[in-house]
Design a protein around this ligand. Structure first.
Ligand code: ADP
Ligand code: MG
Length: 348
């Protein structure tokens, strides 16, 4: 669907490995005071002053995690950074550095990697993280990207998955299900395009959900908001696999149960209308869709007045004793257990 806009195709072999690394990384600047040495030696050097460091890695593989027929490389670079810094924010920490490793086949010209690194650079600038290293190697088939993100926080500020207590409120940032529905639209347009390449897709009614799929934003702003509101969540996780799976992680690690209210789940109107169009249940999408990169947290009841007026945060349930397990309370007021296999859909 995305046409190859690269008129020029410079073979990677023209630059050699070191020439390529220099070319890709030359324009990246160091902004974090904790970066002592970035790219260019055997290892980067970071200082952490009186803080604790967080480290997280994600691996993205072509054909498994992304499809280049509708994912522009620039967006892919941006998203690869988002996926990782999101994990740092889920620890209530500040993302400070990343490393980026790529395996690339000779199917990709230099211009394609330039686009990928353009997206990585934009993400680094907006989220204020330094690129401090990586690795570059060849692959026999597709593209593979591994990003490691490093963050830091004061010891007492770090929030784990394990701190939720019964009666704590279950709170989510933003809205859910949009990235999944964006993917459904893109997959459909790809099939239409295969049949008739002249058929230009009209994505206008789907701008929000397609953007949520192609250009997700990690919730750095929520970490700041929580600090400003003087709220420290008792537990937190980012939503990469869908609400139900993340709720079960919090319940398991915190040894608690949970009631989630279907009617409280925040959905964008575009998600609701696209679900109707695709004849998919929007609750199922929010529970199992994934890739929302919102933050799911629990907060003490005492903190409720501090968050209740905030449009970025929605209370969607509350925690219970472990033996009470995790349930979805449907609009019809029936309790459906949320299971490890994912949620089974509404049996209406
Ligand atoms: P080594 O042989 O010690 O692994 P490399 O030659 O692979 O070192 O890398 C040289 C420098 O360039 C290192 O600082 C490394 O972290 C960095 N680097 C290599 N590949 C990338 C990449 N794709 N993106 C960013 N930095 C990279
Ligand atoms: Mg190397």
């Amino acid at each position: 669907m995305i046409e190859d806009k690269n008129q020029q195709r410079t073979a990677l072999s023209k630059l050699g490995e070191f020439g390529l690394i220099d070319h890709l990384t030359a324009s990246f600047k160091i902004n974090q005071s904790t970066t002592v040495k970035g790219i260019g030696d055997d290892a980067a050097v970071i200082t952490c002053k009186n803080k604790q460091l967080t480290v997280t890695t994600d691996l993205l593989i072509e054909g498994v995690h992304f499809d280049l027929s509708y994912m522009p490389l620039k967006h892919l670079g941006y998203k690869a950074v988002m996926v990782n810094v999101s994990d740092v924010y889920a620890m209530n920490a500040e993302a400070t550095q990343i490393t980026v490793s790529i395996a690339v086949s000779n199917r990709f010209p230099l211009e394609a990697l330039d686009e990928l690194y353009d997206g990585i650079k934009t993400a680094c600038e907006i989220y204020n993280v330094d690129l401090i290293g990586g690795d570059t190697t060849s692959s026999t088939s597709g593209l593979l990207i591994s990003v490691t993100a490093i963050g830091q926080a004061k010891k007492d500020d770090i929030v784990y998955r394990s701190g939720a207590k019964p009666k704590d409120l279950l709170v989510v940032s933003g809205d859910l299900g949009a990235a999944y529905m964006g993917l459904q639209v893109l997959e459909r347009e790809k099939e239409v395009f295969k049949v008739n390449p002249n058929n230009q897709p009209d994505l206008e009614p789907y701008t929000y959900i397609v953007e949520r799929q192609l250009k997700p934003e990690a919730r750095k702003d929520i970490v700041k908001l929580l600090k400003d509101l003087e709220v420290k969540p008792t537990s937190m996780i980012d939503i990469s696999d869908g609400l139900s799976s993340e709720i079960l992680h919090l319940c398991k690690h915190s040894k608690v149960g949970c009631d989630l209210y279907e009617e409280k789940i925040p959905l964008d109107p575009q998600v609701i209308s696209t679900c109707e169009e695709f004849n998919i249940n929007s609750t199922t999408v929010a529970l199992n869709g994934g890739e929302d990169y919102e933050l799911l947290m629990t907060i003490a009841q005492d903190d409720y007045p501090k968050i209740k007026a905030n449009p970025n945060l929605t209370v969607i349930g509350y925690m219970k004793e472990a033996h009470e397990k995790a349930h979805l309370i449907t609009r019809a007021n029936t309790a459906v257990e949320i299971t490890a296999q994912g949620w089974n859909g509404l049996s209406e």
